[in-house]
Design a protein around this ligand. Structure first.
Ligand code: FAD
Ligand code: SF4
Ligand code: SF4
Ligand code: SF4
Ligand code: SF4
Ligand code: SF4
Ligand code: SF4
Length: 707
């Protein structure tokens, strides 16, 4: 049943092929392990069982487990310890490797995600190749889920260890590869998260490409009026950062652009940027076309002549814009954009712009630019959940039901009403305003989102405060389930709003109805504290809508091979220990694209991501896991089916000695195993997950100790 290793020797010869586009792989950087333990030697496996305090020992009988481990074929040594990951715990491993002449180690403990690197290092320090180590997860996959069944959990742990020993007995020495890292980074999304990350990378001396799909940078924060809890003016604190981004010589800013394609791997990502046709030239672009002194200077002369009127999305549709437009006066870069979906190509803007500036090109086409970067940060942010789906609250049906973001624009001095909060139905100043918290969040009905959107309690408190600031005699009501004021100085801010006179009603709003004549709204809710139904008449309702990942996040994350949670938020490598990293080496996350965060948390995560993304660049080279596929050429029929299956384009067919065979570009292979599991001829050898190793595991499970 078990295949023999001569296949692996063969494939090493194949690897000498030129890898063309990918960076040269330094072969044999790591020397072979000092202890010679060729696969032909009889395996001598050491098993180390961890108590993890009572995490494991509370649910599993360690003594019984160790006694069993001693009986497993190929086990030459066993031990158990309170905390195997501690320094004395690791020393037990290194000592046993030397004293007992072990050929492999199995640690029965927690998840490989947590401590595989720790035990690999201990294995290496004992003198074995670090890949002669296998982890048996008896904590997360056992003790924690079977805590009320000690006997069952102990039996399961025996199976887990037996299976791990079967694999460890067949593990081979593997050599990691190191590849050079391109001294440049990319940040996708230029909200506050992306801008902060780009500024940090640039300050660390790293050339940074900042890609923003909108015509200007700033993201959602540029739409806000004031920010809780300090009530600073959002634009006032954001604009200097936007200007810094525009000025920084280490930042190459691409607005109105998106990532079109990504190839490669950590250290060497080849990224194609699609620069969407903007129809307006920057001064540099004009100069490149020989138009000296030309290009857009933001004078705005084209705007009044354009006959096409569209809703301004930045102003939440509450203000018009033209087909040639900027979203607001502080945009960075100060550069107009033509919306070619609505432009009728009348040419009036071209005339208005004039022959000197000659900034408008109505025939502009998308451009594709290729850049190479070592690491990338995704910072694609969020958008509001379409709250009209919760029909009971009448958004988009009743004019005076608005969202929190619309409130931000209405109350903002630079907004569509110059900061006068008015009712959309009649332009009157509202006096009775109700805020509905958790609108579409913490909602398990299947229509909304099950999670908490994290910043809507606080911004609704801020909104209530802004009303008292601007509208004397107003009365505000906040309908809430719980108030989540968890940040620094947030609870104090909550008390302040209570003192200002806002009435807090604990209860979810069942529905809202409109008085067709007055356009006033009736809010129907159960006051759960007073245990009575309510019918409250108000002039305006503000929905603290749930948030969700921005529209293009899913496409972008797929390009970079990043996973997402069931809700679509991008998935970090580890929620506690690696919150900025992803499972794709070299790709990091910043800001709300990972999950709702307020501005302080967003900035902190961006700084973390920038720091993490700069490490490989500063190191200059990275080590790649040697878990790639290799071709057993004599078995390969050259059918090419695996080539089409590989999601990372790591495979190709090549001619060798008159035969067509498959070849792997190791640096591109992520070791996903798709090809290995598929090949009809069994011609693909997956390092560390080879067929004989997996078959041995299955046998160990099915046959118990009887193999
Ligand atoms: P975003 O601001 O969403 O920025 C993401 C950027 O990425 C955008 O520019 C977007 O165009 C771009 N992008 C998206 N997809 C792509 C792509 N595929 N390619 C290229 N670019 C892309 N927080 C506070 O701390 N205080 C407050 O007072 C406050 N008030 C708020 C009020 C409201 C109504 C709302 C909704 C939020 C409020 N927040 C507040 C939260 C705050 O808005 C966020 O914390 C912050 O905007 C998150 O920044 P970000 O960069 O992660 O995301
Ligand atoms: Fe706990 Fe894992 Fe450390 Fe053991 S190795 S003590 S299971 S964290
Ligand atoms: Fe002025 Fe021409 Fe730019 Fe319009 S396109 S803002 S007219 S320079
Ligand atoms: Fe507006 Fe397009 Fe006419 Fe220019 S060409 S004025 S953008 S409709
Ligand atoms: Fe509800 Fe507050 Fe969480 Fe928003 S932050 S979902 S309003 S609990
Ligand atoms: Fe060769 Fe197998 Fe790939 Fe076909 S699927 S080309 S046989 S390795
Ligand atoms: Fe491609 Fe996965 Fe096969 Fe590697 S293991 S070559 S990534 S299919």
């Amino acid at each position: 049943m078990v295949e023999k290793k001569k296949t692996t020797t063969k494939k090493t010869e194949t690897k000498k092929k030129d890898t063309k586009k990918v960076a040269p792989v330094k072969q044999e950087i790591k020397k072979q392990a000092p202890v010679k333990t060729g696969p032909s030697e009889k395996p001598r496996i050491g098993v180390f069982i961890c108590h993890c305090g009572t995490n494991i020992a509370g649910s599993i009988d360690i003594k019984d487990l160790e006694a069993y481990a001693k009986t497993i074929p190929n086990v030459a040594h066993t031990d158990n310890y309170q905390y195997v990951c501690s320094t004395p715990g690791q020393k037990k491993i290194t000592d046993a490797i030397r004293d007992q002449k072990l050929t492999g180690t199995v640690v029965a403990a927690c998840s490989p995600r947590l401590h595989e690197p720790t035990f690999r290092t201990a294995t290496k320090e004992g003198g074995l190749n670090q890949f002669r180590f296998e982890m048996a997860n008896i904590r997360e996959q056992n003790a924690w889920v079977h805590m009320h069944d000690k006997e069952g959990a102990t039996d399961k742990a025996k199976d887990t260890i037996r299976i791990a020993v079967a694999k460890a007995s067949l593990l081979e020495d593997l050599t990691p590869k190191t590849v050079p890292v391109e001294k440049a980074a990319m940040v996708v999304g230029a909200g506050i998260a992306g801008m902060q990350a780009a500024l940090d990378l640039a300050a660390a001396g790293i050339k940074t490409y900042l890609i923003e799909s909108a015509p200007s940078i700033g993201g959602r924060m540029s739409q806000l009026d004031k920010t809780f809890p300090t009530l600073d003016c959002s634009q006032c604190i954001l604009t200097p950062k936007m200007v810094d981004v525009g000025r920084d010589s280490n930042i190459e800013l691409y607005t109105y652009s998106e990532v079109d394609a990504v190839e490669g791997y950590i250290g060497n990502f080849d990224v194609t940027i699609r620069k969407k046709a903007r129809g307006v030239l920057t001064m540099a672009e004009a100069e490149a076309r020989g138009i000296i002194g030309g290009g857009c200077n933001g004078c705005g002369d084209c705007d009044p002549v354009c006959p096409v009127v569209k809703p301004n999305v930045f102003e939440m549709g509450m203000k018009p814009r033209k087909a040639i437009y900027i979203n607001h006066p502080q945009v960075v870069p100060l550069l107009y954009t033509i919306d070619f979906d609505s432009c009728v190509k009348c040419g009036l803007c071209v005339t208005a712009c004039g022959p000197e500036r000659k900034a408008i090109d109505l025939e502009a086409k998308d451009e594709f630019i290729k850049v190479k970067v070592g690491t990338a940060i995704l910072a694609t942010g969020f958008e509001l959940f379409p709250i009209e789906k919760k029909t009971e609250w009448g958004y988009k049906k009743f004019e005076n039901v608005i969202t929190g973001l619309e409130f931000e624009r209405l109350i903002c001095a630079s907004g569509p009403t110059s900061g006068h909060l008015v009712r959309p139905s009649d332009g009157e100043t509202p006096k009775r305003i109700a805020f509905l918290l958790c609108a579409g969040s913490r909602d398990n009905t299947g229509v909304g989102k099950p999670y908490c959107s994290r910043f809507c309690c606080m911004y609704s408190l801020k909104h209530a405060h802004q009303i008292y600031e601007k509208i004397p005699g107003a009365q505000t009501y906040i309908f809430y389930m719980d108030i989540r004021s968890f940040g620094k100085a947030y609870e104090e801010f909550y008390y302040r709003i209570q003192d200002e006179g806002t009435k807090f009603v604990r209860g979810r709003v069942a529905n809202i109805l409109e008085d067709p004549k007055s356009k006033n709204l009736h809010v129907y809710a159960d006051d759960t504290l007073l245990d009575r139904p309510m019918d409250l008449e108000v002039d305006l309702v503000v929905l603290a809508s749930a948030v969700q990942p921005s529209e293009d996040t899913n496409r972008t994350r797929k390009l970079f091979g990043v996973s997402c949670s069931m809700d679509g938020w991008l998935l970090e490598a580890h929620p506690k220990l690696n919150p900025c990293g992803t499972t794709t080496a070299g790709v990091f996350l910043a800001g709300v694209c990972q999950g709702p965060k307020d501005i302080p948390d967003t900035v902190a995560s961006a700084e973390g991501a920038a720091s993490a993304a700069s490490i490989p660049i500063h190191k200059g080279e990275v080590e790649l896991e040697p878990y790639f596929a290799t071709c057993i050429e004599e078995k390969c029929a050259g059918c090419g089916m695996c080539v089409n299956l590989c999601p990372y384009s790591a495979l190709a067919l090549v001619d060798k000695d008159g035969r067509t065979v498959m070849e792997v570009t190791e640096a591109k292979c992520k070791g996903c195993g798709t090809c290995g599991g598929f090949c009809p001829g069994g011609a693909i050898w997956m390092n560390h997950f080879a067929t004989p190793q997996i078959v041995a595991q299955i046998d160990a499970f099915l046959l118990g100790g009887e193999q």
